[in-house]
Design a binder for this molecule. Structure first.
Ligand code: ATP
Length: 252
């Protein structure tokens, strides 16, 4: 049986906009399993990013619980939540947010040094990760402005993985990339997932969604359906058909 890494119990999130209450997540019960590549889809405004932020401790729920293994994280103080995120979560966004005045290597080391003082071991781990995502040594001392979007995003993934997070959270990670760079980034995500990394990704993009083994569909802040695709295989054409018919059924 698969082990849950994150569990929500009646998770609700309400925002106040100009005095009006907007119920964005409504009594949501969800389990995210270890080793899965979980994809969250749904129409614009359905609450996908809000769910990702809640699951990753970037934001707190209004009501309900979120557990990371056996630890309830929904009621942690902001400081403890920051510690939780640093230890357990990696983040990849559409915007890459590398620091412009630091080399690629230093960008990643700066993140790693938040959790370890062992610079030598950290540098070795970082270099292994760079090579694993196809960033060769000639790029390590370059600055973000000297890289293509795809190279910068792969460096962003290395930064997200350097502290060995339990879960890698991605919000439209290929949204700002051209098709070739986007595929390179998706290949990296697929590879790290095949090595056991749990991933939760929000996307509108079908090519990205096909990399997941489980698709959750959100509508109006509630889970409206899920589709199990199994592990990604490039030559599996049935996969796209299954996803299309699921999304049609969901009214996508
Ligand atoms: N911090 C906030 N304050 C107020 N309202 C917010 C906040 N964050 C999100 N919302 C509102 O919550 C709703 C859901 O937003 P969310 O970004 O989660 O949707 P989404 O499904 O990710 O949409 P998209 O696909 O367009 O990115 C939107 O109507 C948004 O305006």
């Amino acid at each position: 049986m698969q082990k849950a890494v994150l569990t929500t119990n009646k998770l609700s999130k309400t925002f106040s906009n100009k005095g009006l209450q907007q119920h964005v997540l409504k009594n949501l019960d969800l389990m995210i399993y270890e080793g899965d590549f979980t994809v969250i889809m749904g129409s614009s405004g359905a609450g996908k990013s809000t769910l990702l932020y809640a699951l990753s401790g970037m934001d707190k729920p209004t009501l309900g619980e979120i557990r990371f293994h056996d630890q309830e994280i929904s009621r942690l103080s902001n400081d403890n939540l920051a510690v939780f995120r640093r230890k357990n979560c990696g983040f990849v966004f559409q915007q890459i947010y590398l620091l412009d005045n630091m080399s690629l290597l230093d960008n990643v080391l700066a993140s790693g040094l938040l959790l370890t003082n062992n610079k030598k071991e950290l540098a070795e781990r970082t270099k292994k990760l760079f090579l694993a995502v196809g960033l060769t040594e000639s790029l390590w001392n370059k600055f973000p402005s000297q890289l293509s979007g795809g190279e910068a995003q792969r460096a962003g993934i290395v930064r997200a993985l350097v502290n060995n997070p339990a879960v890698l959270f991605a919000d439209e990670p290929t949204g700002a990339l051209n098709s070739t760079s986007g595929i390179a980034v998706l290949n990296v995500l697929t590879d790290v997932n095949k090595k056991g990394q749990s991933i939760v990704m929000v996307t509108h993009d079908l090519k990205s969604a096909l990399r997941g083994n489980r698709i959750i569909y959100l509508k109006d802040g509630a889970i409206c359906g899920e589709c199990i695709l199994g592990s990604y295989l490039e030559e599996d054409t049935k996969r796209a058909e299954i996803l299309h018919s699921f999304l049609n059924e969901m009214g996508w």
